[in-house]
Design a protein around this ligand. Structure first.
Ligand code: UD1
Length: 412
């Protein structure tokens, strides 16, 4: 899908933040673990969620998705090998592995897809499954896992901070009677899933020391849960306000974005932060020196957005990507748009400027595509962005939301 963007228009208005992609995906997968129906509210209407729903339907679950509310009935759930196109298309399909191990003690699945932002191995997931008593084989692109021990108690430590491996280890741990997980990385989205698992009846205790689980009997009940706001989406609209006009982002949780918001405030940007809304006005800040890191540090998912935000600094800002190896594409686009920018491996420096030449761009991943849209809105003319479908994987209704703020976008 290609879009055309006319730069230069003033952006003003209010935008509602949607539910978090990285919470919604594991929550929908985790709904298979409930005894009884699950009603999820504030579910983002994004293509990754549609793909996960297709996998649930393939597994004979009933999924009704109206507006932003989703009803999941898993009463007819059956074990099936997960040889299904949607598994290859998205990254989040890997959560079915942990869920299947908890439910069926086995899983056969095509290896997960997702944005090409680095090698993205799943060795930490596999080690966690092994430590929990499962054996795995990989043949071609098929991963097979099955239970080989009768151990009911385990203490495992994750070898590396990983969002996906922590969640998957937790799901698989639910097949045992008593588990401790050390060094898990449960960001706000992971904490939302832990809350949900507790709501459906799994006794999980999370402390700074680790995560503790002890088996209990689940009861039949309808569980209602509201997905937390998407901090990455919220930050994207905050950046748009700072770069282009005056935007109020509603239904957000600023506490989940504390560090990046502090960075902006310290640099002098105009932000008014309330309990669940952020007001961002066009402003110019001091140069920043940043690097991405694991929560609560700067999220890698907004690194490219910062690359564009640097255009509104007076001087040269620098950023380093430390999580993924291949996530620096936006800086090449900045250079092509006439910006003074240097790229050295996973570090980039950007000199602030108001002159941005509109170009033809190509999105290489979800977050890169969102940053390109901001760049195109700053441009001095008409830009084209191809591969825009990447952005629709994670941003709910983005074209309509930006048009409602005054952005000029046409789907080609
Ligand atoms: C998740 C998010 C993604 C986000 C990322 C980091 C989902 C569906 N995706 O991705 O949007 O950008 O967290 O916040 O929630 N690693 C290994 N071995 C493993 C697992 C990870 O080496 O087994 C490495 C990765 O290659 C990467 C780093 O660890 O360099 C962090 O990855 P991880 O936190 O697992 O990210 P994802 O779960 O893939």
């Amino acid at each position: 899908m290609d879009i055309q963007v006319l730069g230069g228009s003033y952006i003003k208005g209010t935008v509602q933040c949607s539910g978090a992609k990285n919470a919604a995906i594991p929550l929908i997968c985790a709904s298979l673990l409930a005894k009884g129906k699950v009603l999820l509210r504030n579910v983002p209407r994004i293509s990754d969620v549609f793909d996960i729903c297709q996998i649930l339907r393939y597994l004979d679950c009933r999924v009704i998705f109206k507006g932003h509310t989703m009803l999941i009935d898993n009463v007819n759930l059956k074990y099936k090998p997960l040889f299904f196109d949607e598994c290859r298309r998205i990254r989040g399909s890997y959560y079915f592995i942990g869920v299947f191990l908890a439910l069926f003690s086995k899983c056969e699945i095509w290896l997960p897809g997702g944005c090409k932002i680095g090698a993205r191995p799943i060795d930490v997931h596999l080690q966690a499954f092994t430590d929990l008593g499962f054996t795995y084989h990989i043949e071609g692109n098929i991963l097979t896992l099955y239970k080989t021990t009768t151990n009911e108690v385990a203490t495992i430590a994750l070898a590396k901070p990983s969002v996906g491996a922590s969640m998957n280890a937790l799901f698989a741990a639910l097949s045992l009677s008593k588990v401790t997980i050390l060094h898990g990385l449960f960001e706000p989205e992971g904490m939302d899933v832990i809350t949900f698992l507790k709501e459906i009846g799994y006794p999980i205790f999370y402390t700074q020391e680790g995560l503790f689980y002890e088996k209990a009997r689940l009861e039949f009940k309808l569980v209602k849960h509201t997905v937390i706001p998407d901090r990455i989406e919220a930050f994207t609209y905050v950046a748009l306000g700072l770069l282009k006009g005056d935007v109020v982002v509603k239904r957000v949780n600023p506490k989940d974005m504390q560090y990046p918001l502090e960075v902006l405030k310290d640099a002098g940007y105009q932000l008014l932060i309330k309990d669940n809304e952020i007001h961002a006005k066009k402003s110019y800040g001091k140069p920043m020196l940043l690097k991405t890191g694991v929560y609560p540090a700067l999220p890698t998912d907004i690194q490219s957005i910062f690359g564009v935000l640097f255009l509104n600094t007076i001087g040269t800002s620098q950023i380093e990507e430390t999580i993924f190896e291949n996530r620096m594409q936006i800086y090449t686009d900045l250079i092509q748009s006439g910006v003074e920018c240097r790229i050295e491996g996973n570090k980039a420096s950007v000199l602030g400027t108001t002159i941005i030449h509109s170009k033809e761009y190509k999105a290489y991943d979800l977050r890169h595509g969102a940053a390109l849209l901001l760049l195109a809105l700053l441009g001095d003319g008409e830009s084209k962005i191809s591969n825009f479908e990447y952005v629709l994987r994670g941003y709910d209704d983005i074209i309509h939301k930006i048009k409602s703020l005054g952005g000029k976008i046409t789907i080609l």
